[in-house]
Design a protein around this ligand. Structure first.
Ligand code: TRP
Length: 446
């Protein structure tokens, strides 16, 4: 193992929080959150989501940070170092696999965002009513162009990961995250003054309790919480492993959780008032950001500027996340295979790009290759997010809750008293039970 000498560390607490927020805040907060909220009926779903974040998300996030900081190793090696039996030592491997799998198609969707940003910024987007759906379909079905945008996203991510922890990831996050926050706030204010904005706010914040009778709502909330916080993929273990010993984890964990949730809420405040103000439907699935919104921008005064800002936001959010998704397997290659950082970033990034190409082509030349109405991208996402991810989350919760000696775990997390007890209860009982039930349901096994 080559990890021993002078391991990289974050330069400051703010730097770390911004980098972790960069990982957490991504397509998930804007593109995915908004369509999941839209499809699940709005306000009542939001409450289920917030409760899930508080009871399951935050405890798991803190558990991952604690494992990373206590071991100072990348995700797979961290569990290997703490595990006391063969099986437990493997608890971190799935996370590394899932992050790599997600990276392959994450860059594809990030590429779509980059394409839309370029088209809006360059004034090339057809800003006339009724054009957005065809524009999007024609773009994703093209054999070549989406792959080029996907490659650009991957190249940017490789470039940042090459630079290392402080000079690459931390520095990029310190520049990009404030820009992201400024765009989010600007766009939210803009949406709030649209005529009829209140109807969008009512959809978001006035719960329609009947929604709670649908079992799918709970599944969607848990899946979204995991995806948005980047749980069970090793990112917080890996990022936590570059934390100096004197930073207090609970405060940092809380800052990341609250920041991620706040940006998702603000993204919804950008999107739903506009959707209702322009008389659109909120439950349009993944097309919400790429078809419904451009349709609205076409109708709106100054729409090209709002569209440019919106897709710029999406690109920034996506790049800081794909950087993290790449850092996890790259750190694995560095520490386990002894690769130099430069080589690791290039090799892993190129592999993820190549394996992502079929996901991209699945909307065009390979459209016939899907299964049961799912595209290749949907299938990779389903296996990674609905099968491997819950298993990995379950393994981490059980590991920290049951296998890691309580005293060590609580000390590593920096918790005491009542909070320590609540944390352990969540990891021992609540999180595993919730994950198990939802997992089995999502595979229709119960
Ligand atoms: N959280 C990211 C988002 O909201 C996506 C994501 C999931 C991620 N797992 C991750 C990012 C792991 C970095 C690392 O879009």
């Amino acid at each position: 193992m080559v990890a021993a000498q002078a391991r990289a560390q974050w330069q400051s607490r703010t730097g770390f929080v911004l980098a972790a927020l960069g990982a957490a805040i991504g397509l998930g907060n804007i593109w995915r959150f908004s369509f999941v909220v839209g499809d699940n009926g709005g306000g009542a779903f939001l409450i289920v989501y917030l409760v899930t974040i508080a009871l399951v998300g935050l405890p798991l996030l803190l558990a991952e940070l604690a494992v990373g900081r206590a071991t100072q190793r990348e995700a797979a090696s961290a569990f290997r170092a703490l595990g006391r039996s063969r099986l437990w030592r493997q608890a971190g491997v799935l996370g590394v696999v899932v992050s790599f799998a997600i990276l392959t198609y994450y860059a594809v969707i990030a590429g779509w965002a980059l394409k839309h940003f370029a088209a809006f910024a360059g004034g090339l987007y057809p800003l006339q009513p009724g054009r957005a759906a065809d524009y999007f379909q024609a773009f994703v079905a093209a054999p070549f162009e989406p792959v080029v945008w996907q490659a650009l996203i991957m190249a940017a991510s490789i470039g940042i990961v090459l630079g290392g922890i402080e000079r690459g990831i931390e520095r990029a996050s310190k520049v990009l995250m404030p820009v992201l926050a400024a765009i989010v706030i600007g766009l939210a204010v803009h949406s709030l003054v649209l005529p009829g904005a209140v109807r969008g706010l009512a959809f978001l914040f006035v719960p329609d309790w009947s929604v709670l009778a649908r079992p799918g709502v709970y599944l969607a909330a848990l899946g979204q919480a995991f995806f948005s916080l980047g749980l069970a993929m090793g990112v917080l273990v890996t990022y936590g492993s570059y934390l100096p010993a004197h930073f207090r984890l609970p405060a940092i964990g809380l800052a990341v959780t609250v920041g991620d949730t706040l940006i998702a809420l603000l993204a919804a405040i950008i999107i739903f008032p506009a959707v209702f103000s322009f008389g659109m439907q909120p439950d349009q699935g993944p097309g919400l950001a790429f078809i419904t919104l451009p349709e609205i921008f076409a109708d709106m005064a100054g729409g090209w500027l709002v569209g440019t800002a919106f897709f710029g936001l999406l690109v920034i959010a996506a790049v800081t996340s794909s950087v993290a998704l790449l850092e996890i397997p790259a750190a694995y290659a560095i520490e386990r295979w002894g690769m130099a950082r430069r080589r690791a970033a290039l090799t892993v990034g190129t592999a993820a790009f190549l394996l992502g190409v079929p996901s991209s082509l699945g909307f065009g030349p390979l459209a016939a290759t899907g299964l049961a109405g799912m595209t290749i991208l949907d299938i990779v996402d389903f296996v990674a997010s609905n099968v491997l991810l819950p298993l990995s989350g379950l393994a981490i919760a059980l590991f920290v809750g049951w296998h890691w000696p309580a005293r060590d775990a609580v000390a590593a997390a920096g918790l005491g008293g009542m909070l320590a007890r609540l944390w352990r209860m969540s990891l021992r009982y609540l999180a595993p039970a919730v994950i198990a039930v939802i997992f089995l349901r999502s595979l229709s096994l119960i």
